[in-house]
Design a protein. Structure first.
Ligand code: MLT
Length: 202
């Protein structure tokens, strides 16, 4: 068995990018399969369950409090997720995936981009925030990233999302950051923008 509990849905269309679906706190491997199908119906979906439990709720790394992260754990868990991506690619014969993460899942995707360049072919970061105050220099070589933030998000201030955008740009990502009239939850606009972006990344 692979190193994460996960769901896998094979591709329905050759050439559609595999999507690595990363759930938010309290979600699981089933949560985002519907979102994945909505944004790219032909893609293979690989959806792991976060291994960290917070009061019984799965997550992808430890936090000390809301928005205050255990950065050593972020680094260790990003390496662990990168290893899982390699395993899953071998097991299922997949190209490098595009991560689609929500909230805590978006944060581990951002950390994986910054710490493990080459693992992800791109990322859709839904309500992500800065996972590492001072990430090491990375060379992302134009990896496409769509960052969608909520103007009224009580968990992620827009200034924090802008700081993440700056970190990703500095690392060489090709970043599209949009601030939507939304809170922390996803809106129809997120789904539409993610679908359009996956269909024809910048
Ligand atoms: C996190 O812990 O990654 C962020 O606070 C988002 C969340 O999971 O609520």
């Amino acid at each position: 068995p692979l190193s994460f509990v996960h769901r896998y849905e094979p591709a329905a269309q050759a050439g559609a990018p595999p999507l690595l679906m990363l759930h938010g706190t309290g979600g699981d491997e089933n949560d985002l399969l519907g979102l994945g199908r909505m944004i790219s119906s032909g893609s293979a979906l690989i959806s792991p369950r976060g291994k960290v439990l917070e009061g019984g709720m799965p997550r992808f790394f430890r936090r000390l409090s809301e928005g205050v992260f255990d950065e050593d754990d972020v680094r260790a868990r990003a390496a662990e997720l990168a290893a899982f991506v390699t395993e899953a690619r071998e097991a299922y014969g997949l190209a490098a995936p595009v991560a689609v993460g929500f909230s805590n899942g978006a944060n581990i995707a951002a950390a994986t981009l910054l710490l493990q360049p080459g693992v992800l072919a791109g990322a859709v970061l839904l309500r992500a925030m800065v996972p590492l105050a001072d990430p090491p220099p990375a060379e992302l070589g134009g990896v496409p990233v769509l960052l969608l933030s909520g103007a009224m998000d009580p968990i992620v201030p827009v200034s924090n999302a802008e700081r993440l955008a700056g970190q990703l740009r500095a690392a060489g990502a090709s970043l599209d950051h949009q601030v939507l009239p939304a809170g922390h939850g996803l809106s129809q606009a997120d789904v539409n923008l993610a679908r359009q972006w996956i269909a024809g990344p910048a």
